[in-house]
Design a binder for this molecule. Structure first.
Ligand SMILES: Cc1cc2nc3c(=O)[nH]c(=O)nc-3n(C[C@H](O)[C@H](O)[C@H](O)COP(=O)(O)OP(=O)(O)OC[C@H]3O[C@@H](n4cnc5c(N)ncnc54)[C@H](O)[C@@H]3O)c2cc1C
Length: 403
């Protein structure tokens, strides 16, 4: 039987929800407050090449491939030469920043150690106990920090690994295998990530009702609507919508991120690479940098190189310092050279990421119980977004598919 579905929020989460419901034959209305769809995702075409405003790529899976076939979009695969991924720890670039002995210990831990979460420990303390200080500092800190937009001491294992049981009964390998679906690496699209949005919209337009510039509506009114209600606004927007259903001490922490695309004549590293992840206290304020034009051909014009640097917004400590100068100082630590950029494009997102900490874990439990209470009273209302089951597009695609 086909359902009436109201989707509030036309970012990529709302578009994925609309896609899955359309496939099931549901009757969908998508409400978007602004006059454009896609939310934070978008690609700016500048004279030097492409500038991504948020996501630079998406992890490709079989289900994602069939969605791309449906919407008539061909992925752009990364260049082979860009497989190289660097860590910058102990003030140098390295592909494996731990000793062979530590590496062997890590393999043994992954194979045999049973994983138990500890709600009183932040991710740094917890990971150090499980994996040891070297693996935590040199691998986990740069890798997780770069994805979650902050440092390990602001995060929590239970929140980050929400698909794991973490009760001390399963090894890390068993937890990993349980949730593993085949992936084909990170891909983008011919005109960047904006292509994903425009193709999804073109596919959905004849099949659903899209209401852009839809004025914000009170939750009380939404609760009177007939059919399924699906929220896909960002967490920052959702909190005021929920109003006094969330106590002040339950409000989750939000992170602000700045992404900077730099075009220049010279490479960041001697050999082409995917990018560099930065450890804590390494004299660099960025969390990571992607070597765009090494990864995807055609990202920069006229022989230029393009890099995207990700910063926690707190890295800019005052108005007298510019993002451009922060980036050039960071870059010099790696290249050891002064090297003027050709062009720099800065995008700052305020409160765009939830902090994957204990507060977020408890907030999600609260949302689960609100959903269950409403359902018991006959209203089918659910919440989706990068604060629920993972930040990345693959998690958003998978979490919206199964509902
Ligand atoms: C800098 C950066 C880099 C990233 N890099 C990657 C990456 O490389 N790979 C990856 O997989 N992920 C990446 N991500 C994560 C990913 O881009 C986001 O998690 C995802 O795009 C969030 O989408 P969303 O639809 O949930 O939220 P949003 O994009 O915030 O969309 C929410 C939508 O709801 C609308 N809205 C708000 N209020 C209302 C209302 N009252 N009524 C109706 N509509 C409303 C908004 O206008 C908006 O369009 C990155 C994110 C950032 C910020």
């Amino acid at each position: 039987m086909s359902d009436q579905v109201h989707i509030i929020g036309g970012g990529i989460t709302g578009l994925f929800l609309a896609y899955h419901h359309t496939k099931r034959g549901d009757s969908v209305t998508l409400y978007e407050q602004s006059n454009t769809l896609g939310g934070v995702i978008g690609t700016k075409i500048v004279k030097e090449g492409l500038v991504e405003l948020a996501a630079n790529g998406v992890l490709l899976t079989d289900d994602m491939k069939s969605m791309l076939d449906d919407i008539g979009l061909t992925p752009v695969y990364p260049n082979k030469a860009a497989k190289r991924r660097y860590f910058f720890t102990n003030r140098k670039l390295s592909r494996l920043p731990i000793s062979i002995f530590t590496g062997i210990r890590l393999v043994i831990t992954v194979l045999f150690k049973k994983i138990k979460f500890n709600e009183n420990q932040n991710l740094e303390t917890w990971a150090s106990q499980i994996f040891g200080a070297s693996v935590t500092k040199n691998i986990i800190e740069p890798a997780i920090g770069g994805v979650y937009g902050t440092r390990l001491d602001s995060l929590q294992a239970e929140s980050i690994f929400s698909k794991w049981e973490g009760t001390g009964k399963k090894t890390i390998l068993q937890e990993l295998k349980k949730n593993k679906s085949k992936t084909y690496g990170t891909v983008s699209f011919p005109q960047g990530m904006g292509d994903l949005v425009s193709h999804l919209v073109r596919y959905l337009e004849p099949k659903i009702q899209i209401k852009t510039q839809f004025p914000p509506v009170q939750l009380e009114e939404i609760l009177t609507w007939k059919g399924k209600i699906r929220f896909s606004t960002s967490l920052k927007i959702l909190i005021p919508i929920l109003g006094d259903r969330i106590e002040p001490h339950e409000v989750p922490n939000l992170l602000s991120i700045t992404t900077i695309t730099r075009f220049g004549k010279n490479h960041l590293t001697k050999k082409p690479c995917f990018g560099v992840l930065f450890g804590k206290n390494e004299g660099i304020r960025a969390l990571g940098v992607l070597s765009n034009s090494d990864i995807f051909s055609g990202r920069a014009k006229d022989g230029l190189h393009s890099e995207t640097w990700i910063y926690p917004s707190v890295a800019k400590t005052g108005d007298s310092i510019t993002w451009e100068s922060i980036l050039e100082e960071d870059r010099k630590v790696i290249t050891k050279k002064d090297d003027a950029p050709t062009a720099v494009y800065v995008t700052s997102w305020n409160g765009v990421f939830p902090a994957y900490d204990r507060k977020l874990f408890l907030f999600n439990q609260k949302l689960d119980s609100l959903e269950a209470d409403w359902l018991a009273k006959g209203t089918d209302i659910r919440f989706f977004g990068n604060y629920r089951k993972g930040i990345g597009l693959r998690s958003l695609f998978e979490s919206t598919r199964g509902e």
